[in-house]
Design a protein around this ligand. Structure first.
Ligand code: SF4
Length: 463
């Protein structure tokens, strides 16, 4: 599923690229009219895939002109020197074909030297601030040294990987490798604000004599995660009538009798009403047939998913209010489908976040007392001590993934030169913490589908 999604996304990139080739001045966000995020995504695609191509083509033509000019100059200067040299002198003269250091035989061709590769693929975390934080996107960034920096889709396909590190009911940690930060961030933003869930939107309060005001109680109810698959429901628009396909109704009727101690009201006391609202709507006409606040045509528990797994809050022990003797709450709460971008109560995650893979490098051997000192400096035990025999000890990097970038190990002048703290730019450790409505792995596949839909919309707009 994830790979199908990525294939659609790649297809969209190519289609957008083809369209933008014919419109080099295209401003993607204004033309397509999508969200700022998608505009930013398209802009990234445009500047990564299309603009560099045009720049490369124009650079190529400049290079061709320069080459032609140089060869003319060389041939004229060679012919001049040929005239002054005898045949024997010419044969014995050393051949010098080097026009720059890059022509030397031991300099690798078509690839970056190690220090530039490191700057391109790693963020350097120094004591005061990180450096080399940007991604080098421009295809001609290394043209002067003969290295093509254009985006290779085949290379991306071959190298992109998702590896699940930890998965339980509510939390998933996985590594997303070989992808740009913009795409990783797109998934994070979609997870927080665009994967829909069900949440309480309307509260009808018949009686509330507790100390919690009506609006505060309604707000608390809204934030309770509801365990119901949102994919089985439709959105309720302003003109729609609440029915079994777009609304879930809960009832809460609790009271604390006189003479009893104070009691707490918990989320588990919300009772699901599969047949819809039980409150009669007030009618201006006394002879009118009474109706309720919803129009259910059938009971929701006839749906197999709900008959086996009744709708309820994901957590039973969320405190809603405290009641003193004689106090009472009677209300009905209506949950509808929505997205986190409208209100955080619809967000399916407590949080979704990522960090770049840490890389800790010892630039020189750290031995003896210094090794012990380095091990002591790290609060999360990234370093170990290796016994080298004869009582000698050497520090090693044992658990770089645990590094929190606290920078303790590079404090002090001598340490900053000996230890390098790096971050791998295209390797993201992604964590999804679900609020419980959907498992975290389902949330991620839903996020992939949403990005896929957005790309499909771009394809439809352009074709
Ligand atoms: S930055 Fe902090 S957590 Fe990371 S290796 Fe250094 S001391 Fe340990």
């Amino acid at each position: 599923m994830v790979h199908t999604g990525f294939n659609i996304i790649i297809k969209a990139l190519f289609l957008f690229r083809a369209f933008a080739r014919q419109n080099p001045d295209l401003n993607p966000s204004s033309v397509v009219g999508f969200s700022p995020f998608l505009g930013a995504l398209l802009a990234t695609i445009h500047y990564c895939l299309v603009a560099p191509k045009f720049r490369r083509e124009s650079n190529d033509s400049i290079d061709q002109i320069q080459e032609a000019t140089m060869s003319e100059e060389e041939s004229s200067s060679n012919s001049g020197s040929d005239e002054s040299m005898s045949e024997d002198e010419r044969r014995e003269a050393p051949k010098n074909d080097f026009s720059s250091i890059w022509d030397l035989p031991d300099v690798p061709k078509g690839q970056l030297p190690p220090h530039l590769t490191r700057q391109k693929t790693r963020v350097f975390c120094k004591a005061d601030a990180p450096t080399h934080t940007d991604n080098v996107q421009y295809s001609g960034a290394y043209a002067s040294i003969g290295v093509d920096n254009s985006l290779q889709i085949d290379f991306f396909r071959k190298n992109f990987r998702v590896e699940v590190i930890k998965l339980d009911k509510d939390v998933m940690e996985f590594d997303m490798i070989g992808i740009d930060a913009a795409i990783a961030n797109a998934f994070r933003r979609i997870l927080i604000s665009e994967v829909p869930t069900m949440a309480i939107e309307k509260v009808l309060i018949a009686n509330n004599t507790s100390l919690v005001q009506d609006e505060v109680l309604a707000h608390r109810l809204g934030l309770i995660p509801i365990s119901a698959d949102p994919r089985l429901f439709e959105y309720l628009s302003a003109n729609d009538t609440p029915n079994e396909k777009n609304t879930i109704v809960f009832k809460l009727h609790v009271h604390c009798k006189r003479g009893e101690p104070r009691r707490s009201v918990y989320s588990e006391e919300l009772q699901w009403l599969p047949n819809g609202s039980g409150f009669a709507k007030e009618s201006e006409r006394s002879d009118a047939k009474s109706s309720t606040y919803t129009s259910f045509n059938c009971s929701q528990d006839s749906v197999p998913e709900f008959s086996n797994n009744p709708i309820r809050p994901t957590d039973d022990k969320i405190i809603l209010a405290k009641l003193g003797p004689g106090q009472e709450i009677e209300l009905e709460a209506h949950a509808v489908k929505g997205m986190g971008k409208a209100h955080a109560k619809w967000s399916p995650v407590g949080t979704a976040w990522y960090r770049m893979l840490p890389e800790v490098v010892l630039e020189e051997n750290v031995v003896g007392e210094d090794a012990e000192e380095l091990k002591r400096k790290c609060p999360v035990n990234v370093f170990d001590i290796e016994d080298m025999g004869n009582g000698k000890k050497r520090a090693t990097v044992a658990r770089p993934r645990a590094c929190t970038l606290c920078r303790e190990c590079i404090r002090g002048e001598k340490w900053e030169k000996r230890v390098s703290l790096l971050r791998v730019k295209d390797h993201f450790i992604f964590t999804i913490e679900s609020t419980g409505q959907l498992p975290p792995e389902v949330l991620f596949t839903e996020a992939v589908k949403i990005l896929e839909d957005k790309c499909q919309r771009v394809i439809d707009e352009l074709s």
